[in-house]
Design a protein around this ligand. Structure first.
Ligand SMILES: Cc1cc2nc3c(=O)[nH]c(=O)nc-3n(C[C@H](O)[C@H](O)[C@H](O)COP(=O)(O)OP(=O)(O)OC[C@H]3O[C@@H](n4cnc5c(N)ncnc54)[C@H](O)[C@@H]3O)c2cc1C
Length: 329
């Protein structure tokens, strides 16, 4: 039954409408499509441990490559455990794709001259971008112990790399502070040391509250650091696993996120939808604040990252078809 609309012209309602309009004008919802030219992404992969995982990785690479990432990075397993597999994966990206690889390298379990040899080898085969990290102990319960003749910190590793060749160097940053850091200021000083040693940019540990990143960025800029700080975005595929991992790495799982994923342990399809929504909203909030470069921890799965990039306005580019990025209007 059609009802006559009740017109409410109360001054309170008019004030409220006016206030809402004012706020919307101040924080316009970003037009993802018009932003597409400005958004830049990079993707992180891990080296596979079996034929099945290898197939999964290369299928993921093939799915994400048309989004034209600025670079793709390949991790180095905890405790230096994937050394050969990291090299092999980087070699294959370089040889068989048009993507630009960035090889992760840690200080763990090797003397400096051995690490330096790896750096030279990368340069010789044409790798020009390294992600320089301290790394962690292979045993998750134990503290990091440096090799007696090794690099002790990521800052030392950056300086070592810089002495060898003119690599682009990325380092890690921690919006919620590294668990080993003595204080927020000590962690910030450490980031500055890495950039002063010659790093070009930092990628952050994942976080779920956009505000944590934005407040960190404020502190970084207040400390006089002008290098790009790229938010690390983790699309959540397995919530229970992320909760466990976050306890170790110091990332907060917000209450609203626990609430969103509650009761979905046996509903993987719904989890995917929620995960995409959470990450898209996170990126949207960052875009609103002028952040337009994102690094995705893909976990070698393409679906969520593709969906999020699509929402950010990125369109797939194929050599053999009209590039959508050039289609105007
Ligand atoms: C983007 C990204 C990628 C990653 N990739 C990998 C990977 O591929 N493989 C892997 O094993 N791990 C990886 N990690 C995890 C990383 O190795 C761990 O977080 C590690 O515990 C710290 O590495 P770092 O490079 O940040 O260390 P550092 O920058 O050396 O800092 C480690 C801690 O020591 C403190 N510190 C450093 N120097 C000093 C000093 N002189 N005095 C006092 N305190 C000091 C710092 O404040 C900090 O708390 C990654 C992390 C991120 C964010």
């Amino acid at each position: 039954m059609k009802q006559n609309p009740v017109v409410n012209n109360s001054p309170e309602l008019q004030d409220s409408i006016h206030e809402t309009k004012r706020r919307l004008a101040q924080r316009p919802f970003p037009d993802f499509i018009s932003l597409r030219q400005h958004v830049s992404v990079s993707f992180e992969f891990f080296p596979p441990t079996s034929i099945e995982l290898e197939n999964k990785l290369w299928s993921c690479v093939a799915q994400l490559a048309p989004l034209r990432p600025r670079f793709v990075s390949v991790t180095y397993g905890a405790g230096g455990s994937t050394r050969q597999r990291t090299h092999a994966t980087v070699d294959k990206i370089l040889a068989e794709t048009s993507l630009i690889p960035a090889a992760h390298l840690t200080c763990v379990g090797a003397p400096r001259d051995e690490v330096d040899k790896v750096v030279r080898r990368y340069w010789d085969i044409g790798v020009r971008h390294l992600v320089a990290l301290r790394g962690d102990s292979a045993d998750p319960g134990r503290a990091f112990i440096s090799h007696p003749q090794g690099y002790q910190t990521a800052a030392q590793l950056v300086a070592g790399i810089r002495k060898i060749a003119d690599f682009e160097v990325t380092v890690a940053a921690y919006p919620e502070i590294h668990p080993d850091a003595e204080s927020q200021q000590a962690d910030l000083d450490n980031l500055k040391r890495k950039l002063d040693a010659g790093a070009n940019r930092a990628i952050t540990q994942y976080f779920f509250n956009a505000d944590d990143f934005l407040r960190f960025l404020d502190r970084v800029r207040a400390a006089g650091i002008s290098a790009p700080i790229i938010p690390g975005i983790l699309p959540v595929t397995n919530f229970a696993r992320i909760v466990k991992f976050s306890e170790k790495c110091g990332a907060t799982i917000p209450v609203w996120m626990r609430d969103l994923f509650a009761g979905l342990d046996d509903a993987p399809d719904m989890r995917q939808l929620i995960a995409a929504t959470v990450a898209i909203e996170q990126c949207r909030l960052l875009l609103e604040q002028g952040i337009n470069e994102f690094h995705f921890y893909t976990l070698n799965r393409s679906e969520l990252t593709r969906a999020i990039c699509h929402a950010l306005g990125l369109r797939e580019y194929r050599e053999d078809s009209l590039c959508e990025l050039n289609v105007s209007g």
